[in-house]
Write a protein that binds this ligand. Structure first.
Ligand SMILES: CC(C)(COP(=O)(O)OP(=O)(O)OC[C@H]1O[C@@H](n2cnc3c(N)ncnc32)[C@H](O)[C@@H]1OP(=O)(O)O)[C@@H](O)C(=O)NCCC(=O)NCCS
Length: 129
């Protein structure tokens, strides 16, 4: 990791789960797609609470995987609201892992998720403030 890697998570906890064997790839490490889906769910928790409505994911930007996740690791997602547009919300989501044998908390990835507040028909509607 580079020197610019944050030593503490940014944002509020929106998801915590265990990485299970069924989430692993052929190398025995956890699939990036599984991790991304946990982050998407976590970001949606914050987006729904912000908009007080249904939301959908319209874009994911700037994601890179910095460290592998192992089966049995505790995965925690942190989310921080960056910007509210008319109907959209930009949310930074970070994923950190911890192995149960030690206290080390390591950031494995982060990304900017954009959610759009939608009505019951799936059409964008303004974020209530
Ligand atoms: C999200 C969706 C409802 C937006 O509908 P749309 O007709 O494109 O709506 P708009 O053009 O009015 O855009 C709505 C907002 O999204 C933003 N947006 C649209 N495309 C974007 C993109 N690629 N990146 C970032 N923001 C985007 C717009 O800037 C706008 O934000 P604002 O209102 O805050 O200014 C529609 O594209 C959709 O249903 N997409 C599928 C979503 C989905 O199924 N996600 C799960 C993936 S499996």
């Amino acid at each position: 990791m580079s020197d610019s890697t944050p030593t503490a998570p940014q944002g509020e906890i929106v998801m915590r789960t265990l990485a299970m064997p069924g989430d692993a790839n052929a190398n025995g490490d956890i699939f990036g797609g599984w991790l991304m889906s946990q982050m998407d769910l976590g970001g949606a928790v914050l987006a729904r609470h912000t908009a007080r409505s249904r939301v959908t994911t319209v874009a994911i930007d700037g994601m890179s995987f910095l460290n592998p996740v192992a089966v049995g690791d505790t995965v925690t997602c942190y989310a921080q609201l960056l910007k509210i547009g008319r109907t959209s919300m930009r949310i930074c989501v970070e994923a950190w892992v911890q192995h149960y044998t030690n206290d080390n908390h390591v950031r494995v990835t982060s990304g900017i998720f954009t959610y759009v507040a939608i009505d019951d028909a799936g059409r964008p509607h303004p974020v209530k403030r």
